[in-house]
Write a protein that binds this ligand. Structure first.
Ligand code: DMJ
Length: 603
């Protein structure tokens, strides 16, 4: 989540001459200017032409920079995503040395954490290869690889015309394979009809890959780097990943690393208002806002709490919790909300909202709403201010942002800009059905669940109404009945970045309702990912055009949240084990890293 500049930077070259009337129309103007031009020396003309060319180039560069920020994909986010919990270089040839600048304002040009060669697998540690040979790659079974196999299942399915059997045979193929040394406990045909073998995955995939990752973290990963990192992205991806891994393994290594990283992020909170800056240099201990503003985005400053609070609980050191609780306390009291809806930015000097008047559940605000509920659940449902803010916000969403389309009466969440409603919904907003369902599961009003069901349907349509079966980054909804299309996609919004939000919500909806249709919808999405985004020599890629199945225009780039979130939620969606990372025991952070619900409430 990145920021747009608060003001646009213009580079202007004014060639004024009182005798050359450039703002007057007509022949006289042309002749006068032309005469002046001819009177200039060759050197003067060359200088002017050079300056004009330079201006054009700079304008183009600045345009492309701004449009990247608007789509939430700055260079920094790009490489932050590369280093997410996959811990593998997506682009092995990137410059591994961070670019070090003269001060903390230096823009980082590469990964902020060095990426090293994959260590060789020590086969003696893992003598028991599990899974069929077709799923074993160098003695290592990867989840990505396994998911890719499902395309073959789909083909077989089409041939036989029997989906149930195919799902069985997909899983059956694994179960029947000679090399399976330990069949999963629930390996029977009835269970298998509904799921792709999560038990086998649980038994074989993480074991080998986990050992590699652990070795890398132990031996190679150092946060003592003179680089700027984004506080939010580093917290949700790296700190969240380390804390979650500590819980799943009990291995102190991960907690030690989490503590080291958390401490290095603390300088971000040293601001006049105590609202954190967006960027921290984890080596120097300095922090700063983006170059163009002293604002931070609301989603960023209010979606680091689950992780910092958990770090305090585990280390018995209150400082981490205190700084993030302070942010929530201030936001709770802050004037300028609109029936619980928040503006997208907050100023780190004044601590006041900035850029008021625009309300969205999409980029720059989304996870504020998600973390209100999840912090309340994390703390044992005792922190009333969090609940109040969440309930008020959902009422605000219903009052100001929820509408239905003309053709199929699809319920969607639009945006409000200075009291004008815009029927625009980011794919990011598809986290909301899952969050609403989680709230309803925790005894919040039943109509939250009704809204969740309706929004889930709409997010599903954002996929099914596209020619590739994949959602665009942004959908505009049609409010008129005269047209048959519910969804309009603007040319700039036709890309798909392999985002997780819809699959995430499908997971919650399936877990909490047990309605098999949500699994079916997930399965369809997975097939579309396999058909249009899978790369033949490994991995998946973002695409530029979800409306063109002939040429979806692969970008040759896989965001790390595809591994960290999208595949994880697929895995959980297809798992038969409803207690696997139970929603009554864990809250998932906004990057899909599970953290425990606290056994005792905070003081
Ligand atoms: C993730 O990094 C997080 O879920 C974040 O809150 C916003 N969305 C991206 C993936 O789409």
């Amino acid at each position: 989540m990145m920021y747009p500049p608060t003001r646009k930077d213009f580079i202007s070259l004014t060639l004024t001459d009182p005798n050359c009337h450039i703002y007057n129309n007509g022949k006289h103007r042309k002749q006068s200017c032309w005469r002046k031009w001819k009177q200039l020396s060759r050197l003067q003309r060359n200088i002017i032409l050079f300056l004009l060319a330079l201006t054009l180039v700079l304008a183009l560069m600045s345009y492309s920079h701004i449009s990247k920020q608007r789509t939430g994909l700055s260079k920094k986010e790009d490489w932050m995503e590369m280093i997410d919990d996959g811990l593998k270089p997506a682009f092995p040839d990137v410059n591994l040395k961070p670019v070090v600048g003269p001060d903390s304002m230096t823009e980082v040009k590469g990964p902020n954490i060095p990426i090293f060669q994959k260590p060789p697998i020590n086969k003696r540690i893992f003598p028991n290869k599990r899974g069929p040979p077709s799923l074993q790659k160098n003695g290592n079974v990867s989840l990505t690889f396994l998911v890719a196999r499902q395309e073959e299942v789909q083909d077989a399915e089409e041939e036989n015309g029997d989906k149930q059997k195919k799902l069985v045979s997909w899983r059956g193929a694994i179960i029947e394979a000679d090399q399976v040394t330990e069949p999963p406990p629930s390996a029977n045909e009835k269970d298998a009809a509904a799921t792709p073998a999560p038990e086998i995955l649980a038994g074989s995939v993480p074991v080998t890959e986990f050992a590699e990752a652990k070795q890398w973290i132990e031996k190679e990963l150092s946060f003592n780097q003179n680089v700027d990192v984004n506080l939010f992205e580093t917290t949700i991806r790296v700190l969240g990943g380390l804390l979650s891994t500590y819980h799943l393994t009990g291995d102190q290594l991960f907690l030690n690393k989490a503590k080291d990283l958390g401490s290095r992020l603390m300088p971000a909170f040293k601001t006049p208002s105590k609202i954190p800056f967006s960027d921290v240099n984890i080596g120097k201990g300095t922090a700063h806002p983006p170059r163009w503003t002293s604002d931070s985005s609301m989603a960023e400053v209010t979606s680091i709490q689950l992780e910092f609070r958990e770090l305090s609980r585990l280390t018995q050191d209150p400082q981490y919790k205190e700084v993030v609780d302070e942010v929530m306390k201030q936001v709770h009291k802050l004037p300028g909300k609109h029936d619980g809806l928040i503006p997208m930015f907050i100023n780190t000097n004044s601590g006041q909202f900035s850029h008021r008047g625009i309300y969205t559940l999409g980029a720059r605000a989304d996870s504020y709403y998600e973390y209100l509920l999840k912090q309340w659940i994390q703390g044992g449902k005792t922190e009333d201010e969090l609940l109040e803010d969440y309930i008020e916000a959902i009422n605000g969403v219903k009052k100001h942002l929820v509408r239905q389309t003309g053709p199929r009466k699809l319920t969607f969440v639009g945006e409000l800009s200075h009291n004008r409603f815009s029927p625009k919904m980011d794919h990011l907003v598809c986290f909301l059905p899952g969050t609403l369902a989680l709230g309803a599961h925790n005894d919040l009003p039943g109509d939250h669940m009704d809204l969740a069901v309706q929004l889930m349907e709409t997010c599903h349509h954002m996929y099914t109404q596209m020619e590739t079966g994949l959602s665009p980054e942004i959908a505009h909804f049609n409010l008129h009945t005269t047209d048959s299309n519910d969804i309009i996609v603007k040319p700039a919004d036709r890309h798909n970045l392999l985002r997780p939000e819809t699959v995430e919500s499908l997971f919650y909806m399936y877990r909490l309702t047990k309605n098999p249709k949500y699994r079916e919808w997930g399965w369809e999405i997975l097939q579309s990912f396999n058909k249009y985004t899978r790369v033949s020599d490994g991995g998946y890629t973002s695409i530029n055009n979800v409306r063109d199945p002939e040429n979806p225009q692969p970008r040759d780039k896989m965001e790390s949240f595809f591994l960290g979130e999208t595949l994880k939620y697929f895995y959980l969606l297809f798992s038969d084990d409803m207690e696997l990372l139970s929603l009554d025991k864990y809250v998932f952070n906004t990057e899909a890293h599970p953290l425990p619900i606290w056994p005792t409430p905070p003081k």
